[in-house]
Design a protein around this ligand. Structure first.
Ligand code: AMP
Ligand code: GLY
Length: 423
């Protein structure tokens, strides 16, 4: 079967790498892909913000299966569009993707369906923000309603700061686009956990859990990024907790979405804060996480095609997702200056071809081939991922490989997994 993968980051490289190991897959096309993906799949340029261009490409390629990586095409309705063309596609419809594309929708959905989440208020004017703020202690969290690539959440120490953040979201000063609504939210403390479930409209089955490292600096300091590294282990959550999350979060989402006439199919990524009052949902994503996927797919034993097919065909209830025991970790090598301004086109040295290895893969997040050399082409450049019987060994393996790689301005965190190691 020919598979088309939409996207071009580390997550998509991991998906393509995993698909290439499936005996069911004869050809993988990735759009737009990147320098690393081009070594194992045919890459075709496409703008993932352009629905018509993606639909045209799929209509031309006629894949047996299309997999959508990033959130933007899902929010635009790529799944609805490809289904109209009679194609098999993995991911949620535009209506179901609102769990990620509208924070106001996600919050009210959780409230209607008894899913634990922080207290909140949705506001559409600054007057309303001022009035509602009186109900919140500080710090208070202000969130843009729409997709914001990780930049739409501001934690504010005072009400005045919160008012200003909301004003800048309404005016477009913060995100470059105006927001019709902002969400005020109670500030929660605890450890964060990313819980991934496969959904087929009726059933939710557990895939795995992981922990991301969102801040750019060691010790969780500095500005938020798309994610500087992740790990996934057997023991990251107890079996009882995983059962609880499956039943009280993921399955409730699937039941609620079905009851509301917008069944949810695809990956449900539950971003959780493990508070002293119990787990609370910070956000839903309706796709694989990046860089969590680079860690999780290294450990996954189940054929990724079986996962995608079970979601599309409504048979996820019969699928047991198997993960290899032990641990996996992913460390991001980023461009100097990221998440702010950074340079592109820096030559990357020290990469060894390793695509056939089972336990260590350097996934490419933002690279391009130029004049026969690989160069940097993004903020996050490489996702160095390794698997081992325990987390310490997985991290040692990833850092050893990273030590061979260099490009001008390269930065990475040396403390990925620090919470688990401190234990
Ligand atoms: P989100 O995009 O909603 O996941 O938010 C991005 C990050 O902001 C999360 O990973 C948390 O670190 C932080 N965050 C979001 N909501 C809250 C909250 N209610 N309390 C504390 N931190 C939060
Ligand atoms: N790692 C967070 C995300 O994919 O949104």
């Amino acid at each position: 079967m020919k598979v088309l993968v939409i996207g071009g980051g580390g997550r998509e490289h991991a998906i393509v790498w995993s698909l290439r190991r499936s005996p069911q897959v004869t050809e993988v096309v990735c759009a737009p892909g990147n320098g690393g993906i081009a070594e194992i799949a045919r890459c075709v340029p496409v703008d993932v913000n352009d629905l018509a261009a993606m639909a045209n490409l799929a209509a031309t390629e006629k894949p047996g299966l299309t997999v959508i990586g990033p959130e933007v095409p899902l929010a635009l309705g790529i799944v609805d569009e490809l289904e109209r063309l009679g194609l098999r596609v993995f991911g949620p419809t535009k209506a179901a993707a609102r769990l990620e594309s509208s924070k106001a929708f996600a919050k009210s959905f959780m409230q209607r369906n008894g899913i634990p989440t922080a207290a909140y208020a949705v506001c559409s004017t600054l007057d309303q923000v001022r009035r509602e703020l009186a109900r919140f202690t500080t710090p208070v969290v202000v969130k843009a309603d729409g997709l914001a690539a990780g930049k739409g959440v501001v934690i504010c120490d005072t009400h005045a700061e919160a008012e200003q953040a909301a004003a800048e979201m309404f005016s477009g000063a913060l995100l470059g686009k105006t927001e019709a609504e902002v969400v005020l939210e109670e500030f929660l403390t605890g450890e964060e956990l990313s819980f991934f479930a496969l959904c087929d409209g009726t059933h939710a089955v557990e895939i795995a859990s992981a922990q991301d490292h969102k801040r750019v600096g060691e010790g969780d300091t500095g500005p938020n990024t798309g994610g500087m590294g992740a790990y996934s282990t057997d023991g990251i959550a107890t079996p009882a907790m995983r059962q609880w999350l499956l039943r009280n979060v993921a399955q409730k989402v699937v039941d609620g979405m079905k009851a509301e006439g917008t069944p949810f199919k695809g990956i449900l990524f539950c971003g959780l804060m493990m508070t002293s009052r119990g787990p609370m949902v910070l956000e839903f994503n309706t796709r694989w996480g990046d860089p969590e996927t680079e860690a999780i797919l290294l450990r996954m034993e189940t054929d990724l095609c079986d996962l995608f097919n079970a979601s599309i065909d409504g048979t996820a209830g019969q699928l047991a997702v198997k993960m290899r025991p032990g641990a996996s970790a992913c460390v991001i090598a980023a461009s100097g200056g990221y998440p702010g301004k950074y340079a592109s086109g820096r030559v990357i040295h020290g990469l060894t071809p390793n695509q056939s290895r089972e336990d260590m893969v350097v996934f490419h997040a933002g690279t391009a081939a130029k004049d026969g050399q690989l160069v940097t082409a993004g903020g996050r450049v490489l996702a160095v991922s390794a698997m081992a019987p325990d987390l310490r060994s997985a991290l040692d393996k990833a850092y050893a490989e990273l030590g061979k790689i260099s490009f001008e301005g390269m930065q990475f965190r040396r403390d990925i997994g620090h919470r688990a190691l401190r234990g």
